[in-house]
Design a binder for this molecule. Sequence first.
Ligand SMILES: [Ca+2]
Ligand SMILES: [Ca+2]
Ligand SMILES: [Ca+2]
Ligand SMILES: [Ca+2]
Length: 351
Amino acid sequence: MVSCAIKFQAMTYRLRPVKYLILGLLTIIACNKEDDGFTFVPARDRGEEVPVSTEIIETYLSTHFYNYEEFQNPPADFDFKIRFDTIAGDNADKIPLMDQVQYKMVPDRVDEGVEYKLYYLSALEGGGSTPMYPDVVTLTYEGRYLNTEFTASEYTKLFDSATTPVSFDLTSVVNGFQDGIITAKTSPFPAIEAPDGSVSFEDYGVGAVFIPAGLGYYVSPPNGSIIPFYAQLIFTFQLYSSRIGDQDEDGIPTIYEDLNGNDLEEDDDTDSDGLPNFFDADDDGDGRPTSEEIIVRTYVFLDGEPEPTWPNSEVEVKREYDAQTMETTIYTIEYPDEDNDGVVDYLDSDS
Ligand SMILES: [Ca+2]
Ligand SMILES: [Ca+2]
Ligand SMILES: [Ca+2]
Ligand SMILES: [Ca+2]
Protein backbone atom coordinates (compact mmCIF):
# COMPACT_ATOMS: atom_id res chain seq x y z
CA MET A 1 0.00 0.00 0.00
CA VAL A 2 1.38 3.34 -1.02
CA SER A 3 0.03 6.49 0.55
CA CYS A 4 -0.64 9.35 -1.76
CA ALA A 5 -2.01 12.83 -1.61
CA ILE A 6 -4.49 14.59 -3.77
CA LYS A 7 -2.91 17.81 -4.81
CA PHE A 8 -4.86 21.02 -4.66
CA GLN A 9 -4.25 23.98 -6.87
CA ALA A 10 -4.88 26.27 -3.93
CA MET A 11 -2.17 24.65 -1.90
CA THR A 12 0.73 25.38 -4.18
CA TYR A 13 2.02 28.28 -2.16
CA ARG A 14 4.78 27.69 0.30
CA LEU A 15 3.41 28.04 3.82
CA ARG A 16 0.14 29.22 2.40
CA PRO A 17 -2.80 26.90 2.67
CA VAL A 18 -5.50 29.50 2.16
CA LYS A 19 -7.71 28.96 5.13
CA TYR A 20 -11.19 29.59 3.85
CA LEU A 21 -10.51 27.35 0.91
CA ILE A 22 -9.62 24.59 3.28
CA LEU A 23 -13.09 24.87 4.79
CA GLY A 24 -14.47 23.46 1.60
CA LEU A 25 -12.13 20.50 1.59
CA LEU A 26 -13.07 18.92 4.84
CA THR A 27 -13.82 15.33 4.33
CA ILE A 28 -11.46 14.84 1.56
CA ILE A 29 -8.28 13.29 1.16
CA ALA A 30 -5.71 10.71 1.78
CA CYS A 31 -5.83 7.91 -0.66
CA ASN A 32 -4.16 4.58 -0.61
CA LYS A 33 -3.00 2.75 -3.66
CA GLU A 34 -4.35 -0.71 -3.81
CA ASP A 35 -4.08 -3.33 -6.50
CA ASP A 36 -7.15 -2.10 -8.28
CA GLY A 37 -6.33 1.61 -8.12
CA PHE A 38 -7.01 4.32 -5.57
CA THR A 39 -9.38 4.22 -2.66
CA PHE A 40 -10.34 7.39 -0.93
CA VAL A 41 -10.04 7.54 2.81
CA PRO A 42 -11.80 10.33 4.66
CA ALA A 43 -9.58 12.59 6.73
CA ARG A 44 -9.32 11.60 10.38
CA ASP A 45 -11.71 13.20 12.86
CA ARG A 46 -10.18 16.50 13.86
CA GLY A 47 -11.26 16.25 17.49
CA GLU A 48 -9.83 12.77 17.87
CA GLU A 49 -6.54 13.97 16.43
CA VAL A 50 -6.09 16.62 19.13
CA PRO A 51 -4.79 14.38 21.96
CA VAL A 52 -2.57 12.55 19.46
CA SER A 53 -0.96 15.84 18.44
CA THR A 54 -0.62 17.02 22.03
CA GLU A 55 1.09 13.80 23.06
CA ILE A 56 3.61 13.97 20.22
CA ILE A 57 4.44 17.61 20.91
CA GLU A 58 4.69 17.19 24.69
CA THR A 59 6.99 14.21 24.25
CA TYR A 60 9.26 16.33 22.10
CA LEU A 61 9.17 19.22 24.58
CA SER A 62 10.04 16.90 27.46
CA THR A 63 13.00 15.30 25.72
CA HIS A 64 14.56 18.37 24.09
CA PHE A 65 16.08 21.66 25.13
CA TYR A 66 17.13 24.79 23.29
CA ASN A 67 20.35 26.83 23.40
CA TYR A 68 19.01 29.00 26.24
CA GLU A 69 22.50 29.39 27.67
CA GLU A 70 23.60 31.16 24.50
CA PHE A 71 20.63 33.50 24.77
CA GLN A 72 21.50 34.18 28.42
CA ASN A 73 25.18 34.88 27.71
CA PRO A 74 25.47 35.50 23.98
CA PRO A 75 28.85 34.59 22.47
CA ALA A 76 30.38 37.36 20.34
CA ASP A 77 29.32 35.81 17.05
CA PHE A 78 25.93 34.52 18.20
CA ASP A 79 23.26 34.66 15.50
CA PHE A 80 20.30 34.65 17.92
CA LYS A 81 18.77 31.59 16.35
CA ILE A 82 17.07 28.89 18.36
CA ARG A 83 18.67 25.46 18.16
CA PHE A 84 17.13 22.35 19.67
CA ASP A 85 18.92 19.28 20.89
CA THR A 86 18.14 16.08 22.73
CA ILE A 87 18.47 15.89 26.50
CA ALA A 88 21.05 13.08 26.76
CA GLY A 89 24.74 12.42 27.40
CA ASP A 90 26.62 15.68 28.00
CA ASN A 91 23.31 17.51 27.82
CA ALA A 92 21.50 15.30 30.32
CA ASP A 93 21.18 18.14 32.82
CA LYS A 94 19.67 20.72 30.46
CA ILE A 95 16.30 22.26 31.23
CA PRO A 96 13.64 20.66 29.02
CA LEU A 97 11.63 22.88 26.70
CA MET A 98 8.54 21.72 28.56
CA ASP A 99 9.67 23.84 31.54
CA GLN A 100 10.34 26.90 29.41
CA VAL A 101 7.41 27.09 27.02
CA GLN A 102 4.04 28.72 27.55
CA TYR A 103 0.79 27.72 25.92
CA LYS A 104 -2.54 29.14 24.95
CA MET A 105 -5.78 27.50 23.90
CA VAL A 106 -6.58 28.07 20.23
CA PRO A 107 -9.79 27.12 18.40
CA ASP A 108 -9.87 24.87 15.36
CA ARG A 109 -10.99 26.84 12.32
CA VAL A 110 -12.89 23.90 10.85
CA ASP A 111 -14.73 22.02 13.61
CA GLU A 112 -16.48 24.14 16.18
CA GLY A 113 -15.72 23.10 19.74
CA VAL A 114 -12.35 21.57 18.89
CA GLU A 115 -9.43 23.39 20.45
CA TYR A 116 -5.70 22.96 20.78
CA LYS A 117 -3.02 23.60 23.31
CA LEU A 118 -0.57 25.72 21.34
CA TYR A 119 2.87 25.74 22.92
CA TYR A 120 5.22 28.60 22.19
CA LEU A 121 8.62 29.73 23.34
CA SER A 122 9.98 33.21 23.79
CA ALA A 123 13.79 33.10 23.66
CA LEU A 124 14.19 36.85 23.31
CA GLU A 125 11.49 39.39 23.85
CA GLY A 126 11.61 42.09 21.20
CA GLY A 127 11.57 45.73 22.20
CA GLY A 128 8.75 46.59 19.81
CA SER A 129 5.09 45.65 19.72
CA THR A 130 3.06 42.49 19.27
CA PRO A 131 1.54 42.06 15.79
CA MET A 132 -2.19 41.65 15.49
CA TYR A 133 -3.52 38.44 13.95
CA PRO A 134 -4.33 39.95 10.53
CA ASP A 135 -1.08 41.89 10.14
CA VAL A 136 1.67 41.45 7.60
CA VAL A 137 4.93 40.56 9.33
CA THR A 138 8.57 40.58 8.26
CA LEU A 139 10.69 37.79 9.65
CA THR A 140 13.20 35.02 9.06
CA TYR A 141 12.24 31.50 10.07
CA GLU A 142 12.82 27.78 9.87
CA GLY A 143 9.99 25.26 9.60
CA ARG A 144 10.35 21.65 10.66
CA TYR A 145 7.96 18.80 11.08
CA LEU A 146 8.07 16.17 13.77
CA ASN A 147 8.97 12.90 12.22
CA THR A 148 7.10 10.23 14.14
CA GLU A 149 6.72 7.63 11.43
CA PHE A 150 10.34 6.69 11.04
CA THR A 151 11.94 6.61 14.45
CA ALA A 152 15.27 5.45 13.06
CA SER A 153 15.84 8.69 11.16
CA GLU A 154 15.85 12.35 12.22
CA TYR A 155 13.35 13.36 14.86
CA THR A 156 12.63 16.63 13.06
CA LYS A 157 13.01 17.48 9.41
CA LEU A 158 13.54 20.93 7.98
CA PHE A 159 11.03 21.62 5.21
CA ASP A 160 11.25 25.36 4.73
CA SER A 161 13.28 28.36 5.77
CA ALA A 162 14.07 31.98 4.98
CA THR A 163 17.48 33.29 5.99
CA THR A 164 16.88 36.80 4.65
CA PRO A 165 13.79 38.71 5.82
CA VAL A 166 10.54 37.86 4.07
CA SER A 167 7.04 39.23 4.58
CA PHE A 168 4.04 37.05 5.36
CA ASP A 169 0.41 37.96 5.46
CA LEU A 170 -0.74 36.31 8.70
CA THR A 171 -4.20 35.65 7.26
CA SER A 172 -2.78 33.32 4.64
CA VAL A 173 -0.31 31.21 6.57
CA VAL A 174 -1.20 28.14 8.61
CA ASN A 175 -3.25 29.06 11.66
CA GLY A 176 -0.74 27.83 14.22
CA PHE A 177 1.91 30.04 12.68
CA GLN A 178 -0.47 32.99 12.81
CA ASP A 179 -1.41 32.23 16.41
CA GLY A 180 2.23 31.74 17.40
CA ILE A 181 3.69 34.85 15.77
CA ILE A 182 1.26 37.10 17.62
CA THR A 183 2.79 36.02 20.94
CA ALA A 184 6.10 37.67 19.98
CA LYS A 185 7.28 41.22 19.66
CA THR A 186 8.92 43.06 16.79
CA SER A 187 11.93 45.37 16.79
CA PRO A 188 11.11 48.92 17.91
CA PHE A 189 13.42 50.30 15.23
CA PRO A 190 13.21 50.52 11.45
CA ALA A 191 15.40 48.26 9.32
CA ILE A 192 19.06 49.19 9.03
CA GLU A 193 20.08 49.16 5.40
CA ALA A 194 23.66 48.23 4.51
CA PRO A 195 25.44 49.69 1.44
CA ASP A 196 25.02 46.34 -0.33
CA GLY A 197 21.24 46.58 0.04
CA SER A 198 20.91 43.97 2.76
CA VAL A 199 18.87 44.84 5.82
CA SER A 200 19.30 44.03 9.47
CA PHE A 201 17.34 44.70 12.64
CA GLU A 202 18.05 45.26 16.31
CA ASP A 203 16.20 44.29 19.48
CA TYR A 204 13.79 41.96 17.68
CA GLY A 205 11.86 39.03 19.09
CA VAL A 206 13.08 35.44 18.77
CA GLY A 207 10.71 32.58 19.41
CA ALA A 208 9.30 29.23 18.42
CA VAL A 209 5.87 27.71 18.09
CA PHE A 210 4.93 24.02 18.29
CA ILE A 211 1.93 23.47 16.05
CA PRO A 212 -0.55 20.60 16.27
CA ALA A 213 -1.49 19.12 12.90
CA GLY A 214 -4.96 20.68 12.91
CA LEU A 215 -3.45 24.15 13.11
CA GLY A 216 -0.87 23.16 10.52
CA TYR A 217 -1.37 21.51 7.16
CA TYR A 218 -3.38 18.50 8.42
CA VAL A 219 -4.12 16.61 5.20
CA SER A 220 -3.17 19.44 2.86
CA PRO A 221 0.59 19.84 2.87
CA PRO A 222 1.79 22.23 0.16
CA ASN A 223 2.22 20.72 -3.28
CA GLY A 224 5.52 18.96 -3.69
CA SER A 225 6.50 19.33 -0.04
CA ILE A 226 7.99 16.55 2.04
CA ILE A 227 5.54 17.09 4.90
CA PRO A 228 3.45 14.01 5.70
CA PHE A 229 -0.25 14.13 6.54
CA TYR A 230 -1.12 14.92 10.17
CA ALA A 231 2.35 16.29 10.87
CA GLN A 232 3.06 18.47 13.89
CA LEU A 233 5.18 21.47 12.96
CA ILE A 234 7.84 23.52 14.70
CA PHE A 235 8.67 27.00 13.52
CA THR A 236 11.52 29.06 14.93
CA PHE A 237 11.57 32.69 13.94
CA GLN A 238 13.12 36.13 14.27
CA LEU A 239 10.31 38.67 14.15
CA TYR A 240 11.44 42.05 12.83
CA SER A 241 8.47 44.20 11.99
CA SER A 242 4.78 44.20 11.21
CA ARG A 243 2.28 46.40 9.46
CA ILE A 244 -1.47 46.57 9.63
CA GLY A 245 -3.19 44.30 7.14
CA ASP A 246 -6.01 45.41 4.85
CA GLN A 247 -6.09 42.28 2.74
CA ASP A 248 -8.94 43.36 0.45
CA GLU A 249 -7.63 46.92 0.22
CA ASP A 250 -11.07 48.39 0.83
CA GLY A 251 -9.72 50.95 3.30
CA ILE A 252 -10.86 49.09 6.43
CA PRO A 253 -8.01 47.35 8.25
CA THR A 254 -8.81 43.68 8.70
CA ILE A 255 -8.78 43.96 12.46
CA TYR A 256 -11.97 46.05 12.09
CA GLU A 257 -13.58 43.56 9.74
CA ASP A 258 -13.87 41.06 12.60
CA LEU A 259 -17.45 42.13 13.28
CA ASN A 260 -18.25 39.40 15.81
CA GLY A 261 -15.09 40.28 17.72
CA ASN A 262 -13.82 36.71 18.16
CA ASP A 263 -10.31 37.45 16.87
CA LEU A 264 -10.90 35.28 13.81
CA GLU A 265 -11.05 37.02 10.47
CA GLU A 266 -12.52 34.10 8.56
CA ASP A 267 -16.03 33.91 10.02
CA ASP A 268 -17.49 37.35 9.31
CA ASP A 269 -19.38 37.35 6.01
CA THR A 270 -22.09 40.01 5.93
CA ASP A 271 -23.47 39.14 2.49
CA SER A 272 -22.98 35.38 2.90
CA ASP A 273 -21.26 35.08 -0.46
CA GLY A 274 -18.53 32.84 0.91
CA LEU A 275 -15.96 35.63 0.91
CA PRO A 276 -15.29 36.82 4.44
CA ASN A 277 -15.46 40.59 4.90
CA PHE A 278 -11.69 40.94 5.22
CA PHE A 279 -11.38 39.45 1.75
CA ASP A 280 -14.49 40.98 0.17
CA ALA A 281 -14.25 44.32 -1.60
CA ASP A 282 -18.06 44.67 -1.42
CA ASP A 283 -19.01 43.55 2.07
CA ASP A 284 -22.79 43.95 1.79
CA GLY A 285 -22.99 42.73 -1.81
CA ASP A 286 -24.96 45.75 -3.04
CA GLY A 287 -22.71 46.31 -6.02
CA ARG A 288 -21.06 49.40 -4.55
CA PRO A 289 -17.50 48.70 -3.42
CA THR A 290 -16.91 49.18 0.32
CA SER A 291 -14.22 51.74 -0.50
CA GLU A 292 -16.95 53.98 -1.95
CA GLU A 293 -19.25 53.52 1.04
CA ILE A 294 -16.80 54.78 3.64
CA ILE A 295 -14.77 57.97 3.91
CA VAL A 296 -11.10 57.58 4.84
CA ARG A 297 -9.34 60.70 6.12
CA THR A 298 -5.74 61.25 7.09
CA TYR A 299 -4.35 63.74 9.57
CA VAL A 300 -0.65 64.56 9.72
CA PHE A 301 1.10 66.40 12.52
CA LEU A 302 4.67 66.94 13.69
CA ASP A 303 6.19 66.17 17.06
CA GLY A 304 5.29 68.98 19.43
CA GLU A 305 2.19 70.01 17.49
CA PRO A 306 -1.19 69.41 19.10
CA GLU A 307 -3.02 66.26 18.02
CA PRO A 308 -5.73 66.92 15.48
CA THR A 309 -9.36 66.37 16.46
CA TRP A 310 -12.17 64.99 14.35
CA PRO A 311 -15.94 64.71 14.61
CA ASN A 312 -17.62 61.87 16.50
CA SER A 313 -18.69 60.25 13.26
CA GLU A 314 -15.07 59.31 12.52
CA VAL A 315 -13.04 56.58 14.18
CA GLU A 316 -9.28 56.26 14.26
CA VAL A 317 -8.15 53.05 12.64
CA LYS A 318 -4.43 53.46 12.12
CA ARG A 319 -1.55 55.58 13.31
CA GLU A 320 1.93 55.68 11.81
CA TYR A 321 5.03 57.47 12.97
CA ASP A 322 7.97 58.38 10.77
CA ALA A 323 11.04 58.86 12.98
CA GLN A 324 12.93 60.64 10.23
CA THR A 325 10.37 63.33 9.49
CA MET A 326 8.98 63.20 13.05
CA GLU A 327 5.52 63.07 11.47
CA THR A 328 2.56 61.15 12.82
CA THR A 329 -0.12 60.16 10.36
CA ILE A 330 -3.54 59.20 11.68
CA TYR A 331 -6.08 57.46 9.48
CA THR A 332 -9.74 57.74 10.37
CA ILE A 333 -12.84 56.26 8.79
CA GLU A 334 -16.28 57.78 8.66
CA TYR A 335 -19.09 55.30 8.13
CA PRO A 336 -22.06 57.10 6.53
CA ASP A 337 -25.59 55.80 7.12
CA GLU A 338 -27.57 57.42 4.30
CA ASP A 339 -30.97 55.92 5.06
CA ASN A 340 -30.54 56.42 8.80
CA ASP A 341 -31.62 52.89 9.69
CA GLY A 342 -28.71 52.34 12.06
CA VAL A 343 -26.88 50.06 9.62
CA VAL A 344 -23.92 51.81 8.03
CA ASP A 345 -23.88 51.92 4.24
CA TYR A 346 -21.04 49.48 3.65
CA LEU A 347 -22.88 46.80 5.60
CA ASP A 348 -26.36 47.79 4.36
CA SER A 349 -27.40 46.01 1.19
CA ASP A 350 -30.23 48.48 0.46
CA SER A 351 -28.16 51.61 0.90
CA1 LIG B 1 -10.33 45.54 4.50
CA1 LIG C 1 -14.64 37.02 13.42
CA1 LIG D 1 -18.87 38.50 1.83
CA1 LIG E 1 -21.23 47.63 -0.79
